[in-house]
Write a protein that binds this ligand. Sequence first.
Ligand SMILES: [Zn+2]
Length: 258
Amino acid sequence: MNAQMVYINPQYIANDIINKTQPQGPPFDFEKCLRYFKHLCIVQETLEGTGYLLDIGNDDAKIIVNRKSTIERQRFTAAHELGHWILKRKTQNREANLPNKTSQSSNNIERWCEKFAVSLLMPTHWIEMFLDGTKGVGDPTVLFFGPKHFLVSKEAFYLRLNDLYNVVVIERTAIGTRLHMQFYPKRFASEEAEHIIDAIGKRIFKEQLWLGAKGGFSCGPIQYHINKENVKIVLLLRGSADTASGVNSKLSRFSIMD
Ligand SMILES: [Zn+2]
């Protein structure tokens, strides 16, 4: 990371915006945010990509998002591009000192904006508030309703849980008689890991539930070794008809002791 960016903490900037515009909690409201940043607007257009920031002079800018993307994707893009706009303004007077736009520095900028977007849509204290009163990160209410509560994709939400609680979320989807496993983060996915998870799943949920249940069941965190790493895993069982945030059946949490 270049020297100019070290002093601008994306999480700090995101929290500051939240405290000034909407301290009451999720989901993050862009309208309130735009009322605060008067020089900025968000416009939906039909695009090839996800979106971009358009400078229109005099400090004014537009965030263009793809109207064909899901609302969760549009919100994430808007938060990311807002990061670009803020970073640009904060480093404006120091631009001459910034290194040329090498791929290294542009990677750093992209990482900064990703971190900013995550911190804006799912700040730590909002996640803690949401988990308070549940049985923790493995609770089905957290896993199934978290994405809807924060209006983010389930992938973004599970990766945030990984960020904050160091858990690997493994989602088992039943499509007919075929099981599909999705690992968040993806880097934990392997044939060997699926094998291990399959054995754990059958033991905890019992075979019938593990192989056939629709959404609503979860367990964990359980300490385990996956790909030679000591991690805490969280399992959730989702049916193919369940949406990202909805489930068909009653929510139940299984513990390793069951
Ligand atoms: Zn970017």
